[in-house]
Design a protein around this ligand. Structure first.
Ligand code: ADP
Length: 160
């Protein structure tokens, strides 16, 4: 049973994240979408909210959602994961992701970091861009799964 982890902030999940998760679900037996609970990061959605939004968008039977506040490799080891799957957008992602992949490899050599290239239309898509467009009244429906569009509008308008 080959388990992979898709880690991230997912604040909130975008179509870019969803594409990577669904492609990972084809490659691995089980995929865990792992929401990082980094207390120093100011997020728009709480951990529970981010997990719930992800669950609403992902329909693959072999994908589960969890959260973790410690080292990613400790979680990966505990689950016996063989891979950490990350999406690569523009070159700007590369330096940081390369550093992280090398660090994780030295901490837990049995686990590989696998990079999937972002789809062309998702190359410049990020959670922060979605929130910025939304807070300025723009249309975010081509950036996030339709199931969660209204939740994001409401949060950006301060209604919830
Ligand atoms: P962000 O960088 O938007 O804050 P996360 O930290 O939640 O996103 O990212 C989690 C993972 O999802 C990372 O591997 C990141 O490269 C990937 N990812 C984020 N946005 C996209 C996208 N538009 N297309 C492909 N992968 C993405």
């Amino acid at each position: 049973m080959k388990i992979a982890i898709c880690p991230g902030s997912f604040d909130p999940i975008t179509l870019g994240h969803l594409d990577i998760i669904e492609r990972a679900a084809v490659l691995f037996d089980e995929v865990i979408v792992l929401v990082a609970s980094n207390k120093s990061k100011n997020t728009s959605f709480s951990i529970e909210e981010r997990m719930e939004l992800i669950r609403r968008c992902v329909s693959n039977k072999n994908v589960t959602v969890d959260c973790h506040s410690g080292l990613l490799v400790d979680y990966a080891r505990e689950k016996g994961a063989v891979a950490i799957v990350k999406g690569l957008r523009a070159m700007s992602d590369f330096d940081y992701e390369f550093q992280q992949a090398l660090t994780n490899k030295s901490l837990y050599p049995e686990c590989e970091t696998v990079f999937l290239t972002a789809k062309g239309e998702n190359m410049f898509l990020s959670s922060s861009m979605v929130k910025q467009v939304c807070s300025l009244g723009g249309d975010i429906s081509s950036f996030v799964p339709e199931e969660i569009v209204n939740d994001i509008y409401k949060r950006c308008k301060g209604e919830i």
